[in-house]
Design a protein around this ligand. Structure first.
Ligand code: SAH
Length: 380
């Protein structure tokens, strides 16, 4: 069976019924694949890790979470060492990053004592994993299922200085695709032909919000992707949260610094790339994050809410971890764990590889404009 073959998963059967009546936008298809309340990938699967579908930076090296913990302590200092601070992780997976961060933070006991840790996770199975991973940490931990009910206006996380960490969360937000057909842009839908899923352009033309820098540069057949969730995230969470107290949020994801044309929507199952129609609900469907668009949304949300926000980056993961001293930390760890030195070194090298994670993953920090820059003196 090739990876393009379409498996009749329970979600595939359900979607086919719906789509047979009316084609569905790519956004709604991806949203169902990832977030359908019972059958969506992020509700039912626990696929992160070596045995799962994909592996993430915290699962590759403990140094990743440790450095993010120490970065958070520097931000806390920049905020004026408040007595109480919310440290929020969105999409914590197996809880590994937070565990590593909290371990590294034992060297900053005043920050640890100020911490209220919040984990925003939609997958109940992963909540259990996180709870197990963090059970011996001596900090207040609270779980929240819904991002907007937790961090939106009047949400369950009380007002106060806040640091948000999100590794591989932005790519869980569904995208919409547009295709240039002849002289027109059309939104792309998912339709059914011969009982299989296919892409189909909409009949009525619709132009996507292409940034000025790209205007007029498209060629026939080009695809343009937009992440529809950025608006709500930046308006209802980031600008809202920064209204009353200092905010710093760090987003790390596979993506590009500048907007461009091209289809990046893909699915991954068992560490292999497959068609997004291969196993709906049972493969991870993601698109590369467009950090230029994300930044533009942050600035628009800031203006709309009259809340001054600034954005640092995006820069590459290698630049970010390099500026936080990954080389020194890895060397120290290798000296104190001689028997695991090889594994520690190869893990750090994988996070930094220019044509691997180090170059492909980007880091972007959103902060209250009153705070100093949060990505060091690395180029933006
Ligand atoms: N940060 C982790 C996991 C990344 S995978 C790591 O680096 O290993 C994406 C994570 O986001 C998973 O934990 C997934 O269940 C969670 N997630 C996806 N959509 C979500 C949503 N809308 N609200 C909360 N959590 C979500």
């Amino acid at each position: 069976m090739t990876t393009d073959a379409q498996i009749e998963t329970p979600l595939a059967a359900l979607l086919k019924k719906q789509i047979a009546e009316k084609p569905m936008s790519v956004h709604d298809y991806v949203n169902a694949c990832l977030h359908h309340p019972e059958l969506g990938y992020y509700r039912s699967q626990t696929a992160i890790g070596r045995q799962g579908d994909f592996i993430t930076a915290p699962e590759i090296s403990q140094v990743f979470g440790e450095l993010l913990g120490l970065w958070s302590a520097v931000v806390w200092q920049a905020m004026g060492t408040p007595k109480h601070i919310h440290l929020v992780e969105i999409g914590p997976g197996r809880g590994t990053m937070m565990k590593d961060a909290l371990r590294a933070l034992k060297v900053v006991p005043a920050f640890r004592a100020a911490l209220h840790v919040h984990l925003i996770e939609s997958n109940p199975i992963l909540c259990d994993r996180q709870s197990e991973a963090l059970k011996d940490e001596n900090v207040t931990l609270t779980w929240h299922q819904d991002l907007y009910e937790a961090l939106g206006a009047g949400g369950s996380i009380p007002e106060g200085p806040t640091i948000i960490l999100a590794n591989e969360f932005l790519d869980t937000l569904p995208i919409e695709q547009y295709a240039k057909n002849g002289p027109y842009w059309c939104q792309r839908n998912v339709a059914i032909e011969d009982d299989t899923f296919v892409f189909q352009p909409t009949v009525a033309p619709k132009c996507p919000p292409i940034p000025e820098t790209l205007e007029g540069q498209e060629r026939p057949g080009d695809i343009f992707e937009i992440c529809t969730g950025f608006e709500k995230l930046t308006q209802d969470v980031l600008a809202e949260r920064a209204k009353s107290h200092p905010l710093a949020a760090l987003f790390i994801d596979y993506g590009h610094i500048k907007s461009g044309f091209g289809a990046s929507l893909q699915a991954v199952k068992n560490h292999k790339q497959v068609s997004i129609f291969h196993a709906p609900g049972e493969s991870d469907v993601t698109a590369q994050v467009d950090f230029e668009a994300f930044k533009a949304h942050c600035l628009a949300a800031s203006e709309k809410a009259n809340t001054p926000l600034a954005v640092d980056g995006a820069i590459t993961q290698a630049e970010f971890l390099g500026s936080l001293g990954i080389a020194e930390r890895t060397a120290r760890l290798m000296t104190s764990n001689a028997e695991a030195a090889g594994r520690i070194e190869s893990g750090a090298a994988r996070l930094m590889a220019p044509i691997g994670m180090g170059g492909r993953f980007k880091v972007c920090a959103v902060r209250s404009a009153s705070l100093q820059t949060l990505l060091g003196d690395t180029p933006s």
